[in-house]
Design a protein around this ligand. Structure first.
Ligand SMILES: [Zn+2]
Length: 284
């Protein structure tokens, strides 16, 4: 029988129609009719050329439109802040991205895949760790870190956006690019000090930025140069730290931006993370 065998795909079957006329419903040669006149020997099936499709028989027809090429997946995307108001109460590490490594490469990040333990679930929520983390070696802003940041993949992508904004603001306000950044950590299983909430640091989904060193030898520390009590600062380093913080929130680079304006705990660093809720601590 000409039935399709298990495992034979439709494509295979179509191929076989041409190759073997083997599939069900395919045209088959009629058995030779002994009584037929000898002109039957000029049946098209005996002519090799008859196998060619009769394309030339329709000369003036419109050419077949070129099939639209499959769009390349958009790997680079700006703004990783979580804007969904309905998931603000969801805690836990971010969902892994299928194409994390391709996205990191598209964002200009060199990195090493890394692993951190995922802690136990309490009430169905992971309290610590993440399923997909990388150690960032160098980002598109060519900034050196005192310790290569260990971050979730999404947070590493956000760090690439951060470097672009930070370099723009450094050039605009300080007149020099950032050479290096000192941070105070990314991954630390703990609750927030002032809130009964897991910190995003529990999931390697945040970073604490302490000091920026510029190519001209100057440096800006959050502790000395943010000056949260000064209303009209003129120091370019103060303007840099404040304007950078505003842009990181406004341009949705991070979900949460907390500065010395927010509380005393953040007097010496700018905390940024990708929580599912949003906090603008970049303003008084
Ligand atoms: Zn922090």
């Amino acid at each position: 029988m000409g039935t399709i065998q298990p495992g034979m795909t439709r494509l295979t079957c179509i191929a076989l129609v041409f190759a073997l006329n083997a599939c069900e419903g395919a045209p088959t040669k009629a058995p030779p009719d002994p009584g037929a006149p000898s002109v039957a020997s000029v049946s098209p099936s005996t002519e090799p050329a008859a196998a060619e499709p009769a394309v030339e028989a329709v000369p003036e027809s419109e050419p077949e439109p070129e099939p639209e090429p499959e769009p390349e997946p958009e790997l680079f995307s700006w703004g990783h802040a979580d804007l969904d108001p309905d998931n603000d109460n969801v805690l836990g590490p971010p969902a892994p991205l299928d194409d994390c490594e391709a996205r990191l490469e598209a964002a200009g990040i060199s990195f090493k895949p890394a692993r951190i333990g995922v802690g136990k679930k309490v009430d169905g929520v992971y309290t610590c760790g993440a399923h997909q983390v990388v150690r960032v070696k160098r980002g598109p802003g060519n900034i050196a870190y005192n310790k290569n940041p260990l971050l979730t993949c999404t947070m590493a992508l956000a760090l690439a956006d951060f470097e672009r904004v930070a370099q723009e603001e450094a050039e605009r306000l300080v007149g020099s690019r950032i050479k290096s950044i000192e941070h105070m950590g990314t991954f630390n299983c703990r609750e927030m000090v002032n809130f009964d909430l897991l910190s995003e640091h529990s999931f390697a989904n945040g970073i604490d930025l302490k000091k920026f060193v510029f190519a001209n030898g100057e440096s800006a520390t959050v502790l000395d140069d943010f000056k949260p009590t000064v209303d009209q600062p003129e120091d370019p380093k103060t303007l840099f730290l404040r304007s950078l913080s505003n842009r990181l929130y406004d341009e949705q680079v991070f979900s949460v931006v907390v500065t010395p304006y927010f509380d005393h705990l953040h007097r010496n660093h700018i905390h940024v993370d990708l929580a599912r809720y949003r906090v603008d601590g970049s303003r008084p």
